[in-house]
Design a binder for this molecule. Structure first.
Ligand SMILES: Nc1ncnc2c1ncn2[C@@H]1O[C@H](COP(=O)(O)OP(=O)(O)OP(=O)(O)O)[C@@H](O)[C@H]1O
Length: 967
């Protein structure tokens, strides 16, 4: 690659309202040699700083954008083991061909998933995955997403698709803890387990890739309202079934056969009649072992998907039967009226194949060697030639394998597909075979390359053309980037009324053996006007050459029509319907098999079927938001960390990556309708303190008034510190924004600036809101505290008042009761004393006059022995406080208090107070000198018995006092 190649891209300026914006004219020499020179100078200047080349995360930042500069950047990045690079709307993924530790770990997934702005992280396939996931969340139309992974065989498409599926199985399930863990785990696991099964049955080791997908697939990951993965469905395209019976030189059959051969137990070998040293014609390069040869993984995945042991047995028996069938050979017959004989060593294989397929051996042999021709209601048997016999054998193997594969896909879908009511959005992952160009190419390659053309067209239509067309419709002056539009190539292949496909179908539907040369003549005649098809006049082999977007491919015509017919002899289908293998029987008796037998496959040709399925895929893609990932194979030998420039540049050119970068770099990738723009960024003008009158303009009204909107856009730009006149219509590199008729066109840098400003204003607003809120809260807290204090004070005073009132009432009751009680006691005591006086008058000498006068007992004054049985209760109660005092006092103090409470004179010698237990109170008082008086008391159960409300009272006493005179 040198700068001469770069001359194909010449920059040209375009003007928009006075300013110049960089645009490009692709492919074609510049009419100005000085431009070439300056470009070369720029390229040299750019490449001088080699140490910086790997820092370009996005190739749109490369300046100037040429194949050389882009290539050098990718190479520099690959050297430092950076494998992902943005190229505008596309992600370029270079295959490292060796596992890179921690590049796809769970932690990395979480990092990208949780990042507020994953785009700011290093380019990664997880950015694409996350962007798609967030788009679904955003619910902006179109909500459903498609991740289109393209690249040539071995570039890493399947690897990338697997990474994407693992990513969604992780992030879309991580927040699902609330759901039944069982369900979630089961569905994620099932979705992931569909991979090893489909790869075992649909992938093979080819010269370009040890694990080459021999079918295309579109996986829909179904998400529910909460963005959780609830199911998935798989749509497959064009399995390369010819590989079952015919493997290209140095390539292998499908992995599953080798897995069986290498991983079977002795018991299984016995059942499959497959000894260790058994060689199968259809298993070339069996000695080569690759990491995909893991039978255990496939069986485990089958178990997880719900394929039970009996079904597995049936599947493996069918596969073993196919292998044995491959060893059946026929010898040529000299007599055309007689069927070909089986070669001697083939007899056993035919027998075993029949046993494994559970069909009668004779019938199998018959079907392979004799054709049944229908003539009206009559059937005529016609022996087949040796070549026909081999073809019928191969056809049988292919149809069984293809139907088995289809059954498996259906089973997987039934197992992982969620009910329509449970999911609402999906993310589709498309992994189709890459562009193929071999020495000999036939119908398979034509179909594969046609599919790639379709995808390229989708990319062109969606991105390159749509973007530029929009510039024009919005009134932007734009110097077009000349991208390679492959519409004419597609017209050649699938167009109407005349195209390669239509002619092929016509030829296939004619009830005659096709001739390659005749067909070539027909093609030449019908398609000579199309520039995308050519013929090598000197070649002896009938062929045609198609100029695809990715390069020219020679297609061999021989066998193409037959392959397109893909006829399956009805007797073979009838035979398989009779199979005692339940699975085989079911596969061929279902509705599709019925159609197949009744109409014959020749009616629905391979290309028409493929075209239909691709068209429905395209319909789905058109209704989704696409995300493109271009996988690049850095070297043809799959060597780790080896970068071959020639190999890479071819792929970059083939997928139009340079054009993509140009359009992304020179154009305005962000286009926002005025109204949405104002809704999002109008606040910048509003909160930046501008006095512009446009601030007061009603946004709703403005959306209709383009001039006003433009004025506002200018204000917004002013607030960014940008000169609107330069940025809107500015010079080269200054033109960041354009106002179209209905939309604002922005560069990524402009968008970043706007977003930054918006974020700043929002955070200022948030800060103001927080301050207000805090102030408000503080005030509220203070007010609350004051109110609480007031309430507490009021309540406390109310409580106290209530308490005092209760006490007052209680005191009044007590006083009242006490007074009554005291009066009662007094009267009782007086009555008792009156009785005692009477008694003394009658029986004993008179009591001491002091006693009589005071109405109290003065034992000391008793001259004569008297018998006092006890003191009245009233006296006891009246004296209670003193007693209490005496209980707490000790010694003399106590004695004095007791005497005082009994109103006893304290003359010494007349009586004695004894305290038996000092600590517990007075035990007795003994009178002197004639005998002693014992005073007993006991505590009253009455509340307040120890209180003496009225201290002046002359009534004294204990709770209960018993006086006892002992002689
Ligand atoms: N990101 C990667 N990291 C490590 N190895 C990778 C990576 N991508 C691809 N590979 C390696 O490259 C091989 C080929 O990749 P893959 O099978 O995905 O290619 P493909 O594009 O799907 O090819 P085909 O079209 O033939 O199916 C893988 O088997 C793997 O070993």
């Amino acid at each position: 690659m040198n700068s001469a190649d770069d001359r194909r891209i010449v920059r040209a300026g375009y003007r928009n309202g006075g300013g110049t914006v960089t645009g490009f004219v692709h492919k074609g020499h510049s009419p100005h040699p000085s431009l070439d020179d300056s470009l070369e100078g720029e390229i040299r200047a750019f490449l001088t700083d080699e140490d910086q080349l790997h820092t370009y995360d996005d190739l749109t930042k490369v300046n100037p954008v040429t194949p050389t500069t882009v290539l050098k950047c990718l190479q520099a990045r690959y050297r430092v083991k950076v494998f992902y690079t943005h190229a505008g709307c596309t992600l370029v993924a270079l295959n490292p061909f060796q596992p890179i530790p921690d590049l796809y770990s769970l932690d990395v997934m979480k990092e990208y998933h949780c990042a507020p702005q994953p785009q700011e992280f290093k380019p990664h396939i997880f950015i694409v995955a996350e962007e798609a996931y967030r788009n679904v969340q955003g619910q902006l139309e179109p909500v459903n997403q498609s991740l289109v992974v393209s690249g040539e065989s071995g570039a890493g498409k399947t690897w990338t698709s697997r990474c994407l599926m693992k990513y969604y199985a992780t992030v879309a399930a991580s927040s699902s803890v609330l759901k039944s863990q069982d369900t979630v785990e089961r569905i994620e696991r099932r979705v992931l387990d569909s991979n090893p099964i489909m790869e075992a049955f649909g992938n093979a080791c080819t010269l370009r890739n040890n694990n080459s997908s021999r079918f295309g697939k579109y996986i829909q990951l179904q998400l529910d309202r909460c963005q959780l993965l609830v199911g998935a469905s798989v749509q497959t395209y064009l399995l390369e079934k010819t590989r079952v019976a015919c493997q290209p030189a140095n390539e292998r059959n499908f992995h599953i056969f080798y897995q069986m051969m290498k991983g079977a137990t002795d018991e299984q070998r016995k059942e499959w009649k497959m000894s260790h040293d058994q060689r199968f014609v259809w298993l070339p390069k069996a000695e080569k072992t690759i990491e995909e040869d893991c039978f255990h993984d496939t069986v485990e995945a089958m178990v997880h998907l719900g394929i039970n042991a009996e079904r597995q047995r049936q599947i493996f028996k069918i596969l073993a039967g196919i292998l044995h069938l491959g060893n059946v050979n026929f010898s040529s017959s000299t007599d055309e009226s007689q069927p070909c004989n089986l070669q001697e060593q083939s007899k056993d294989f035919l027998q075993r194949a029949a046993e494994l397929l559970c069909v009668p051996a004779e019938e199998l042999q018959m079907c392979l060697r004799v054709r049944t021709l229908k003539a009206g209601k009559q059937s005529v048997l016609k022996p087949c030639s040796q070549a026909e016999c081999s073809m019928r054998r191969d056809c049988l193997a292919k149809v069984i394998y293809a139907q088995l594969f289809e059954w498996l896909v259906t089973f997987i879908n039934n197992s992982i597909c969620a009910d329509k009511s449970t999911w609402c959005n999906f993310i589709g992952v498309l992994d189709v075979y890459g562009f193929e160009c071999f020495q000999i190419n036939n119908l398979e390659q034509l179909c594969i390359n046609y599919a790639n053309e379709k995808l390229q067209q989708h990319f062109v239509a969606h991105y390159l053309r749509a973007q530029q067309e929009e510039y024009v419709s919005e009134g932007l002056q734009w110097s077009f980037v000349k991208y390679q539009d492959n519409q004419s190539c597609l017209d050649l292949i699938e167009g109407s009324p005349v195209s390669v496909f239509s002619l092929l179908n016509e030829e296939s539907r004619l009830n005659r053996a096709s001739d390659a040369k005749t067909f070539k003549v027909r093609l030449e005649k019908e398609l000579c006007d199309n520039v995308n098809i050519s013929w090598d006049k000197f070649s002896k082999v009938p062929h045609f050459t198609v100029a695809h977007y990715a390069g020219k491919v020679n297609y061999q015509i021989q066998g193409m029509v037959e392959k397109n017919k893909d006829p399956v002899p009805p007797e073979l289908i009838s035979l398989l319907q009779k199979s005692e293998n339940a699975l085989l029987h079911q596969i061929f008796t279902d509705r599709e098999a019925e159609n197949m037998t009744s109409k014959g496959l020749s009616k629905v040709t391979v290309v028409s079927k493929f075209k239909n399925s691709l068209e429905s895929l395209m319909k789905i893609l058109h209704t989704t938001t696409p995300h493109y990932t271009r996988c690049i194979k850095p070297n043809p030998d799959c060597k780790p960390l080896t970068f071959k420039k020639e190999e890479v540049i071819m792929q970059l050119e083939a997928c139009g990556i340079v054009e993509t970068i140009h359009i992304s770099a020179a154009g305005f990738p962000i286009r926002i309708p005025f109204k949405s723009f104002m809704e999002r960024y109008g606040l910048i003008a509003k909160y930046s303190g501008s006095k512009s009158e446009s601030h007061c303009v009603d946004l709703e009204a403005l959306s209709d008034d383009m001039r006003e909107v433009e004025k506002l856009v200018r204000v917004v730009l002013q607030h960014q510190g940008l000169d609107p006149s330069r940025c809107l219509d500015g010079e080269k590199h200054n033109s960041w924004v354009h106002c179209g008729r209905t939309k604002v066109f922005l560069t990524q840098s402009m968008l970043d600036l706007l977003e930054d400003q918006r974020k700043r204003i929002l955070s200022q607003c948030a800060f103001s809101i927080q301050c207000c809120w805090l102030r408000y809260q503080r005030r509220r807290r203070h007010a609350r505290r004051q109110s609480a204090t007031l309430i507490q004070a009021v309540v406390r005073s109310w409580l106290v008042r209530r308490q005092v009132q209760r006490w007052n009432r209680a005191a009044a009751v007590i006083q009242n009761t006490w007074r009554k009680w005291r009066a009662l006691l007094k009267s009782l005591a007086e009555a008792e004393l009156d009785d005692a006086k009477d008694l003394v008058k009658e029986d004993v000498p008179a009591l001491n006059p002091v006693v009589r006068e005071r109405g109290s007992v003065q034992l000391s004054t008793i001259q004569e022995p008297v018998t006092v049985r006890g003191w009245p209760m009233g006296l006891a109660l009246a004296s209670a406080p003193s007693i209490t005092m005496s209980l707490t006092a000790t010694g003399f103090q106590k004695m004095m208090s007791v005497m005082a409470s009994l109103n006893l004179p304290s003359r010494s010698g007349e009586y004695k107070v004894e305290t038996n237990q000092y600590t517990q109170g007075v035990a007795s008082i003994r009178a002197q000198p004639k005998g002693s008086v014992k005073l007993h008391y006991q505590r009253s159960p009455l509340l307040y018995a120890d209180r003496q409300p009225d201290l002046k009272s002359d009534v004294t006493g204990f709770n209960e006092i018993l006086l006892e005179k002992t002689l």
